[in-house]
Design a protein around this ligand. Structure first.
Ligand SMILES: [Zn+2]
Length: 259
């Protein structure tokens, strides 16, 4: 029976991924999320349900729109596959502790966090912006749920949020808004609530490390110059997800290295 639960979770994640793609696009285009059917971004033809199956449709249509033959971005199947795998992983991660497939509050919490983080990642990558509604409000709601359900202590969350937001606020004020935007400050707040203190430090460390390494590689490949803008929110999301699941292990490993 167990594997049926996990197959359903995977399919659920895939459909959330499909929803994410249209959510990001509809937010950008100012279209209501409830306006039912999916349309092709190029020719605006409605997409039939059988051409809108996560991952599989992209493969069967060979990556082009059935009507206008314009290319469908790889973003679509990648985000769908990512959400399917991330949702499945989350369920396995939490159930490995209790060895029983069931929907715990922690699983649902991490699914919702991953959904918002994926939104931040995609939107920052595509449009270079971090929207308030994807960080500030979920952070505040998560704070009260975590408090009520005893997931994290208030001082750990507040200290984490103060560090995350405060760090970027200082950079923001120091550079008069040149290095960092208000969106980073609010993402720092959200990270602090998700991770608490001191786990938020791990996420920052990973974000800066991967940001530096990737930038050097891209500059080396001449895909980028020193002046190129980076969507730093994408690195912060990456660091947050790693710290969410392996924060303690990374910390132990790091302490082992330096002692
Ligand atoms: Zn089309």
């Amino acid at each position: 029976m167990e594997y049926i639960f996990y197959i359903l979770v995977f399919i659920f994640g895939l459909s959330i991924g499909s929803f994410m793609n249209s959510w990001v696009w509809r937010t950008r285009e100012n279209l209501g999320i409830s306006k039912a059917r999916s349309i092709c971004p190029n020719c605006r033809t409605q997409i039939a349900w059988h051409d809108n199956v996560p991952v599989l449709s992209f493969v069967f249509l060979k990556g082009v729109c059935r009507k206008c033959a314009s290319k469908i971005s790889y973003q679509y199947p990648l985000v769908e596959a990512w959400c399917g795998l991330a949702f499945l992983f989350t369920a396995l991660y939490h159930n490995s502790v209790i060895t029983l497939p069931q929907l715990s509050g922690e699983i649902v919490r991490d699914w919702i966090i991953l959904t918002f983080l994926t939104f931040v990642f995609l939107y920052d990558l595509k449009y270079g912006e971090i929207l308030n509604f994807s960080t500030l409000l979920p952070g505040i709601i998560l704070f009260f749920f975590s408090l009520g359900l005893g997931w994290k202590s208030w001082d750990s969350m507040l200290l984490g949020a103060a560090f995350g937001a405060g760090f970027f606020l200082l950079l923001f004020l120091f550079s008069k808004g040149a290095w960092i935007g208000g969106g980073d400050v609010r993402l720092g707040f959200f990270m602090g609530i998700i991770l608490g203190w001191p786990n938020v430090l791990i996420a920052f460390f990973i974000a800066y490390l991967t940001g530096a390494v990737l930038s050097l590689i891209l500059i080396g490949l001449k895909k980028k110059t020193m002046k190129s803008q980076t969507a730093f929110g994408t690195y912060l999301v990456f660091g947050t997800i790693l710290a969410m699941f392996w924060g303690q292990q990374i910390l132990d490993w790091y302490i082992g290295l330096i002692t």
